[in-house]
Design a protein around this ligand. Structure first.
Ligand code: HEC
Ligand SMILES: [Cu+2]
Length: 377
């Protein structure tokens, strides 16, 4: 269905934009209808039931079961349609597709840094192809930010010490505003930029136009240079577990539980290795808290992910076009989108201390790091 375009509203340039606006329009229409109805009835009743005589006494009102049932059942049904429609759209928006172009996003007072799987890096400018799904893995070096592209109808908080995700599929080439939509200090209003949606061939040309190491390759270099490789050898001889094929798989811990080695788990292993210990190993891994930037941690994750992954080529190398099957509405494990599926307190505490040092170092002033109350998650 083609929706009318509304003045002052952002363009619709993604696959979800139309659905989003339809729901929004539905809720707005209900609100306008009932507000109008109440306003009209106020006047109508005021006239109809006005006091006509100084001594008039109104007739007693015995109530009406029919009326009462109606004003209970009708709003209930309306509220449930909003709920059902809203949750189905919510799952479309917040379940991440399995097959997508992956981009790392790091927010920082006051800029957005992007890194593509091929290695291209950009600041406040994001190039993507039209007609492909793009998945953003986001975190921040300092305070809470929020990443929003109104034309795509996406918005997600970006929280220190956590990974949050967003995805979109652009439907029109063009240049679209991106914003930080969470007050994050003095220059918050300047923390914006553009998403440049290109046609696929232009995008390929752009990608080919130089760039540094891919995140996975940069991660491999870091893995050697920061000494991870001395313990994590790719044979059984190391003092740490062999990380081959670990990513995405359940890990047996020494307390008998298992966890899935997702982004949050690998991040925690690096910054807070004592939080969880792999069964059969000693707690000898040092913490890398304060020694690695958020981008470096993302690079290490990309490298660990590429190790022995069955589809390593697909996740770290080639760009996948929109898959034929709809992976956004299937049975995608929601684990990776839960805000912090593993340990709700540990990583955040670490990240906060990180944020403080970062802020002092840059002399940044206001850092209203909001805690808790993350309405998006
Ligand atoms: C001194 C040796 C040592 C160094 C250096 C070291 N690790 Fe570890 N690492 C370990 C040990 C031992 C474990 C298992 C015990 C635990 O979980 O704490 C481990 C666990 C891990 C795990 C979880 C593995 C699993 O199977 O679930 C990851 C991921 C990891 N390390 C990544 C890194 C990265 C990345 C670096 C470098 C930034 C690094 N390690 C440096 C010894 C080390
Ligand atoms: Cu911001």
């Amino acid at each position: 269905m083609q929706l009318p375009s509304v003045p002052f509203m952002a363009e619709r340039a993604s696959t979800v934009a139309g659905q989003y606006d339809a729901l929004y329009g539905y809720i707005a229409a209900i609100t306008i209808f009932f507000s109008g109805l109440v306003a009209v009835l106020i006047f109508y009743f005021a006239v109809k039931f006005r006091r006509r005589h100084p001594l008039e006494i109104p007739r007693p009102n015995a109530g009406s079961l029919t009326l009462e049932t109606m004003w209970t059942v009708v709003p209930f049904i309306i509220a449930m349609t909003i709920f059902a429609w809203g949750s189905s759209l919510y799952f479309t928006l917040y379940r991440q597709p399995k097959e997508a172009i992956e981009i790392f996003v790091v927010g920082k007072q006051w800029m957005w840094k992007f890194q593509h799987t091929e290695g291209q890096r950009e600041i406040n400018e994001l190039h993507v192809p039209v007609g492909s799904r793009v998945k953003l893995t986001m975190t921040t070096e300092d305070v809470i930010h929020a990443f929003a592209v109104p034309a795509f109808r996406i918005r997600s908080d970006v929280v220190p010490g956590r990974y949050t995700y967003a995805w979109f599929e652009a439907t029109k080439t063009g240049r679209y505003h991106l914003f930080c939509t969470e007050y994050c200090g003095t220059n918050h209003s300047g923390m914006n930029g553009f998403v440049e949606v290109m046609d696929p061939t232009a995008y390929q040309t752009w990608l080919a136009g130089g760039g540094s190491d891919s995140p996975a390759a940069a991660g491999e270099t870091l893995f050697q240079s920061t000494g991870c490789a001395t313990c994590h050898r790719l044979d059984a001889q190391g003092r740490g577990p062999n990380l081959n094929g670990v990513y995405g798989k359940p890990q047996q811990l020494d307390d008998g539980t298992t966890v899935t080695a997702d982004d949050a788990y690998v991040r925690e292993s690096i910054l807070n290795p004592r939080a969880r210990t792999v069964a059969g190993f000693q707690q000898i891994m040092p913490t890398y808290q304060g020694q690695l930037s958020e981008e470096q941690i993302l690079q290490l994750i990309a490298y660990i992910r590429s190790l022995g992954a069955p589809d390593a080529g697909a996740t770290t190398g080639s760009r996948s076009q929109t898959p034929a099957t709809d992976t956004t509405t299937g049975t995608v494990a929601p684990d990776s989108q839960r805000s912090n599926p593993l340990s709700p307190t540990q990583p955040r505490a670490n990240a906060n201390s990180n944020a403080r040092t970062e802020v002092n170092a840059t002399g940044g002033g206001a850092t209203p790091a909001r805690t808790g109350g993350n309405s998006n998650q």
